[in-house]
Design a protein. Structure first.
Length: 377
């Protein structure tokens, strides 16, 4: 009888609408965001998925070129040391908690202003680096390519603090990036946020070097516990992600189908969940290339592992409708699957011994031996 009464009541459009509103209000109270349609969720998650995998794939191959050119030009590449690896989660935790205290107990408005200005500068430079190769293909742009580069250097004695070489195409890219940055500061639109975020991700995967596979495994292992603690154990990570108005995440409106680019109910993925596994996958690609074979099995193993891990994250997020520490799923897959492949191939000791610093020293010694041989001849 109660069930029949419920069905009769739901036939009344006013009661039905009120019931739907009540459900949506409950969802909003539990999850901290408005309810989204299944189509809107699917579109948002597919978009986040693409914004994660594209910078990792593209950035990994760019990292090979970046490292090769740096070595050819005699430029030193900063690599993470074992000390850096162990300090990273501690420094990240201290920074995260400091931002949380400011957001929760002080004014987030002034913090967002400072951070927005900071990311305007970083974003402009990152976008310039990403645009420079693209601008080169614009008709007529090659006329601006100069043989002699501009050289901006800041040094004292033998210590160099800033050293940059650039051409006119860099300047054109910088102007375009700066204008885009002004739009970001003015509107804070989610598209501008994502473009800056993708530029950060691409440059991070390209330029950050873990130094060795062992360093990568240890770092990701520590960050596994870091992410789980700050997401599941506290409200810190979620509150900072929601309240910090900066391109430290990629976002996509779940109400895009209803409101288009003016949507405001966002799904998000932190840049750390892209860059940190990404630099490890890029390292695997450089390891593949160092073997001197055409095989890129470890890179593709890591890349497929990332896809599986991110898919698991999105799946659990959809089922439980609650914030998830992505590294909880990404670290076991991105580290475990390539190492499993190495065990199957009998190359576990080789991959764990891979150290880019040692490779660089070997190449320098070989070059020195060749020069000595020429002198003797």
């Amino acid at each position: 009888n109660e069930y029949k009464s419920y069905l009769s009541a739901m036939e009344d459009p006013v009661i039905a609408e009120n019931s739907i509103n009540d459900v949506e209000e409950v969802v909003k109270n539990v999850t901290g965001r408005e309810a989204a349609t299944s189509e809107g969720l699917a579109l948002a998650y597919v978009s986040l998925f693409l914004m994660a995998v594209v910078p990792i794939f593209w950035g990994s191959f760019r990292s090979v070129t970046f490292h090769r050119r740096s070595k050819e030009n005699g430029e030193k590449i900063e690599k993470m040391t074992t000390k850096d690896v162990y300090l990273f989660p501690i420094i990240a935790s201290a920074t995260l908690f400091t931002i949380y205290i400011i957001v929760k107990y002080l004014s987030a408005e002034h913090l967002n202003l400072v951070i927005a200005s900071y990311f305007f500068i970083l974003g402009t430079l990152a976008l310039t680096s990403m645009l420079r190769p693209v601008v080169e293909y614009i008709p007529g742009a090659k006329l601006l390519i100069e043989k002699d580069l501009y050289h901006l250097k800041f040094a004292k004695g033998s210590a160099s603090y800033f050293d940059m070489k650039f051409d006119m195409l860099h300047i054109v890219s910088l102007i375009g990036s700066a204008l885009f940055g002004v739009w970001y500061l003015w509107k804070k639109h989610w598209i501008a946020n994502n473009i800056f975020g993708l530029a950060f991700s691409l440059n991070g995967v390209e330029m950050i070097s873990l130094g060795s596979v062992k360093n990568g495994c240890v770092l990701l292992g520590l960050l596994f516990f870091y992410d789980v603690f700050w997401v599941f154990g506290t409200e810190v990570m979620v509150m900072v992600a929601k309240n910090l108005d900066a391109p430290i995440k990629v976002i996509f409106p779940m109400d895009f189908l209803e409101k288009g680019i003016f949507g405001s109910n966002f799904a998000m993925l932190g840049l750390g969940d892209i860059v940190l596994p990404g630099v490890f996958i890029a390292l695997l690609l450089r390891y593949d290339i160092s073997l001197g074979t055409n095989s890129k099995k470890y890179f593709y193993a890591g890349f497929v592992a990332y896809i599986l891990g991110l898919g698991a994250t999105i799946g659990v997020l959809t089922i439980f409708n609650a914030a998830q520490p992505a590294l909880l799923y990404l670290v076991p897959s991105c580290v475990g699957i390539p190492l499993l492949v190495s065990l199957i191939c009998g190359e576990f000791a080789s991959i764990m011994a891979y150290d880019e610093e040692d490779k660089d020293e070997e190449k320098k010694d070989d070059k020195k031996d060749e020069e000595d041989e020429k002198k003797d001849q």
